[in-house]
Design a protein around this ligand. Structure first.
Ligand code: PMP
Length: 411
């Protein structure tokens, strides 16, 4: 529903924000399904695996012990211990108890951080394509997102030159996400070091890194996080993570972060007047996830890698579509530039990635998300967190539909 057409007068801070286009596409796909069409939805940003049993059992045991009351505001001491152990064990980062925080999802962590740090008009540099929520979270907090377009010529990565050019006296944060939603691209240590060199010259710019997809990496990719690379940057870096993607726990709602104590305390102020503590039961589950066996993470990543290979090969075999091989996450971000301007058998011209995706849904019964939703038109995102059988079928349908298009040169 468009918030501007109702009798209700929305607050200025949200009146220009749209309801997520991804949700609108998913709603249309579900409508077609209800009408009996065999729609395959490759839009969802969540693993199709189930939460492991030892994690579920820890939550049930916590309920049995009566751990159903408020806990400390931004995480129980036991959860904070588990978070600090995780950062130490996996990332080589030492945080004190006052340097970590937990919230109802990484999304709330990002929201707390922006609300706690931005004044009206402060700028946040966001390499695009990026996860759709970054821009709106920054805007709600009064900030100004500064998109910096990164196309597949740099593997969708921000370069030091582009960062330097985007910094102004008003820049407060640089936001990075690796592996990335929507591209699956990840930063190597050398890439990060070049960006860190630029940040050294601009001490007013803080660094926010979103490591949500840390455990979903392929082909031996060595994941690193910037705070672990440079002591000076660690003092102005918020390292964001969560259990949603790694442990297939999207519905449990638990995200966490490590960073300087002053920022962490300011984030707690925001959280204290919005949601208070994350669910006590979820906190018990998250402790089991972080402390428990980690071996299955590699098995799941291997299963995602097989799906990635299937999708990348399938897409590159289609005339007009090109797709780079992502290092991680469970998304491909392929170019459909080669198909723009084509005419469909129904007589419509596909002028944009939005046209292309809408047409695929109507004609091929496959729901994918236009690159424009993530700030880079001319591409589309596939989430391959679904079975290989379903992916093969979707690719066959996309190939068949694209084969029916009349190219500009044929006309
Ligand atoms: N960051 C990125 C890049 C994401 O893709 C998501 C989920 N789609 C999140 C953060 C938020 O995760 P959650 O709130 O479930 O922890």
């Amino acid at each position: 529903m468009d918030i501007r057409t109702s009798m209700f007068r929305p607050a200025k801070r949200i009146e220009d924000l749209g309801v997520s286009e991804i949700l609108a596409i998913t709603a249309r796909a579900n409508e077609l399904r209800r009408a009996g069409r065999p729609v395959i939805i490759l839009g969802a940003g969540e693993p199709d695996f189930d939460t492991p049993d030892h994690i579920k059992e820890a939550a049930i045991a916590a309920i049995g012990r009566g751990e159903t009351k408020y806990t400390a505001l931004d995480g129980s001491p036991e959860l904070k211990r588990a978070i600090r152990d995780k950062f130490q064990r996996e990332n080589g980062l030492e945080f004190g108890a006052d340097e970590v925080t937990a919230a109802a999802g990484a999304k709330q962590i990002l929201y707390n951080a922006m609300m706690a740090s931005l004044n009206d008009g402060d700028e946040v540099i966001v390499p695009t394509p990026c996860w759709t929520s970054y821009f709106d979270i920054i805007r709600i907090a009064g900030g100004v997102p500064v998109p910096v377009a990164c196309d597949d010529s740099t593997g969708f990565r921000l370069t030091a030159e582009a960062l330097e050019a985007a910094i102004t006296p008003k820049t407060r944060w640089l936001m990075l996400n690796s592996p990335s939603n929507p591209t699956g691209s990840a930063y190597h240590e050398a890439d990060y070091r070049k960006l860190i060199d630029v940040l050294h010259r601009h001490p007013q710019v803080w660094l926010m890194v979103d490591d949500m997809y840390e455990h979903i990496v392929y082909d031996g990719f060595r994941f690193v996080t910037p705070a672990a690379l440079d002591v000076a940057i660690r003092d102005r870096c918020l390292t964001v993570n969560g259990v949603s993607k790694a442990y297939a726990m999207t519905g449990w709602r638990l995200g966490y972060a490590g960073g300087p104590a002053g920022l962490i305390a300011a984030m707690a102020v925001v959280q204290s007047q919005s949601t208070s503590c994350p669910s006590s039961v979820t906190q018990a589950a998250a402790i089991a996830a972080l402390d428990g066996p980690q071996g299955f993470l590699a098995d799941r990543a291997a299963s995602f890698a097989a799906r990635r290979n299937l999708v990348v090969e399938g897409l590159n075999a289609i005339d007009g579509i090109t797709c780079r091989t992502p290092e991680g996450a469970f998304y491909t971000f392929a170019s459909c530039e080669g198909l723009l301007g084509c005419v469909t058998p129904q007589g419509a011209r596909l002028d944009s990635d939005r046209d292309f995706c809408a047409w695929l849904l109507e004609v091929a019964d496959v729901a994918v998300v236009p690159g424009a939703c993530f700030g880079l038109p001319g591409y589309f995102r596939i989430s391959y967190a679904t079975s290989q059988a379903e992916l093969s079928q979707a690719l066959a349908r996309i190939a068949k539909a694209c084969g029916m298009l009349q190219h500009r040169s044929d006309a």
